[in-house]
Design a protein around this ligand. Structure first.
Ligand code: HEC
Ligand code: HEC
Length: 315
């Protein structure tokens, strides 16, 4: 029997238009397109998309102790910070020593809220303050990919971080002051490309985790986002990448910036070293051209901050 369609049910989109208005509809469309590749079936992580996002997010670099010849994602990479040395944990799907028993909800809670399945809070050296901006479906795609990798029974190494910074029980206080849970909210005023770029820079590739100065508690100074710092996550110099013409990258052309994210070559022919070399190698060079263009589109519109960092580099 044919079902009578009431006018209010006729079209979902026309109803959205009525309730949220034009801007709202645009926003909803942008929100859908921020995750540029359509997700697979409900609740099922898409391994291919997951691998792409996993690379973009740089998970392997921190969770693999390459220098110590550790297995892929088995942890143990020392992360030297001004607060002490952290050792990344095993995130292989090993059921005992990795995350093999984690549910989707456990994984989302860890990356969105920085909370372990047993309720412990994570140190922000794990960049969940950025990953929190990722959508549920993107995070679950990453989990799906991780669960296709080889399980390794490697035990976690305790961090070597002196008090008070090593006191995990203080983390809820830190988080209450410095952490805002995502996901990323797109801006209707801006284009789909800009929003995709913002999503990549702020959440997935987490440029600000390295390129922003931090306060004494190790929290990012939001008014100085991406303005560079002489005290990067590992203590080194990280340049200002806001569009300020003198102290940032305001003089770089779009093409120069795109090439840099693809190949690591600076406009003067030199190549990026240190951590940025790793970011380019493992993350930005593996992005689609469209995604690199989106990053550049976004970066060129952020507030230019005068902060002379790059000059110090060339002392
Ligand atoms: C800058 C280094 C770094 C990056 C990049 C990084 N992590 Fe981590 N991650 C850590 C550290 C360090 C910890 C441990 C934090 C703690 O002990 O509080 C951690 C913890 C975790 C945990 C909790 C493991 C457990 O046993 O409780 C998971 C899951 C995880 N990371 C997944 C990821 C994923 C997925 C990505 C990429 C999207 C990623 N990490 C990127 C450093 C990193
Ligand atoms: C793990 C830390 C880290 C992350 C994440 C990171 N960077 Fe960098 N970046 C650096 C460091 C360190 C340098 C300086 C490299 C050098 O001295 O050769 C740098 C250099 C650069 C430069 C060259 C600037 C100049 O004036 O020489 C640009 C542009 C840049 N990064 C953009 C980005 C963008 C865009 C992202 C995110 C998509 C990003 N970076 C993510 C650490 C990082």
């Amino acid at each position: 029997m044919a079902r009578v369609i009431k006018p209010s049910e006729k079209s979902r989109s026309s109803r959205i238009k009525i309730t949220v208005g034009r801007n709202g509809l645009r926003l909803a469309l942008i929100a859908l397109s921020v995750a540029a590749v359509p997700a697979g079936a409900f609740g099922q992580g898409d391994v291919g998309r997951g691998k792409y996002l996993f690379d973009a997010a740089g998970c392997a670099g921190c969770h693999t102790d390459k220098k110590g010849k550790g297995a892929f994602l088995a942890g143990g990479r020392p992360l030297k910070t001004p607060f002490g040395v952290f050792y990344s944990p095993n995130i292989t799907p090993d059921p005992g020593l990795g995350i093999g028993k984690w549910s989707d909800a456990d994984f989302l809670r860890a990356l969105r809220h920085g909370i372990a399945p047993d309720g412990r809070h994570y140190f922000p050296v794990f960049p969940y303050p950025s990953y929190t901006g990722m959508t549920d479906s993107d995070l679950l795609d990453i989990k799906a990919y991780i669960f296709t990798t080889a399980p390794k029974a490697t035990a976690n190494r305790p961090h070597d971080v002196p008090p008070p910074f090593g006191w995990r029980f203080l983390l809820p206080v830190w988080k209450a002051l410095n952490f805002a849970a995502g996901p990323f909210q797109p801006t209707a005023k801006q284009s789909v490309v800009w929003n995709r770029g913002a999503y990549l820079v702020r959440a997935v590739v987490h440029c600000g985790e390295c390129h922003s100065p931090r306060d004494l508690m190790g929290a990012i100074q939001t008014d100085m986002a991406l303005a560079g710092t002489a005290q990067g996550p590992t203590g080194g110099i990280v340049p200002n990448i806001t569009p300020d013409r003198k102290t940032g990258i305001g003089r770089w052309s779009k093409g120069e910036l795109e090439d840099f994210l693809d190949s690591g070559m600076l406009p003067d022919g030199d190549f990026a070293g240190s951590e940025m070399g790793e970011v380019i190698d493992q993350s930005t060079s593996r992005l689609s051209t469209a995604d690199r263009k989106a990053i550049v589109e976004y970066l060129r519109t952020i507030h230019p901050v005068v902060n002379r960092i790059a000059a110090k580099k060339k002392k």
